[in-house]
Design a protein around this ligand. Structure first.
Ligand code: KMT
Ligand code: NI
Length: 187
């Protein structure tokens, strides 16, 4: 299962692990109670991420089951993003929610997804590496950062067009129907 732990909340570089001393691991069961699901699906032969024809490939099965018809591959690195890199990195790390699930399948590289535990509002840091398939539920507050290796390539799954909108956490998102529905679902 995916490795996760409580974030230390220190104001140092977001790319550092931010593990507390002693470490406070978070179990897959705790993540599941928050609606965070994960699988490990070996990448071998699926490096491009875009082949939808293989029904045996677990990623395609999960996508189909959950009604995620569209996909793209994002390469988060200075080389892969050019001029928008700094801005994107900042945007990914701003606490936000979506009205759909955020589904990511890591093809190469690594990084951290931070998700808010409820009702504590503590940050849980989820370490992702190649083969990790992560589902963040609609309405969960979260953010993403690269680690110090500064590179990740991931398949992003979308319900409809390849767009999914980040809503920065605010009083308005606290009242958003998807946020309220999420809290009801996990409560
Ligand atoms: C997101 O939603 O924050 C991203 O797509 C980040 C890159 S995917 C590992
Ligand atoms: Ni997001």
């Amino acid at each position: 299962a995916m490795h996760a732990y409580y974030f230390d909340n220190l104001p140092t570089d977001q790319r550092l692990p931010h593990i507390t001393d002693p470490a406070r691991p978070v179990s897959p069961e705790t993540l599941a109670k928050l609606g965070v699901l994960s699988w490990h699906v070996p990448v071998d032969g699926h490096e491009s991420g875009v082949d939808e024809s293989d029904d045996e490939f677990e990623v395609n099965r999960v996508a189909k089951e959950r009604g995620y018809k569209n996909r793209d591959v994002i390469n988060v690195s200075r080389e892969g993003m050019g001029a928008v890199y700094e801005e994107k990195i900042r945007g990914f790390f701003e606490e936000h929610m979506h009205e759909d699930e955020e589904i990511r399948y890591i093809l190469s590289g690594s990084g951290f997804f931070d998700a808010r535990e409820m009702p504590t509002d503590a940050w849980i840091r989820i370490v992702v590496a190649p083969g990790d398939l992560l589902v963040l539920p609609a309405g969960i507050y979260h953010r993403f950062t690269l680690d110090t290796k500064d590179q990740i390539r991931a398949l992003r799954l979308f319900k409809d067009e390849p767009k999914w909108i980040p809503h920065a956490r605010s009083g308005a998102t606290d009242a958003n129907v998807h946020r309220v529905g999420y809290l009801r679902d996990i409560g």
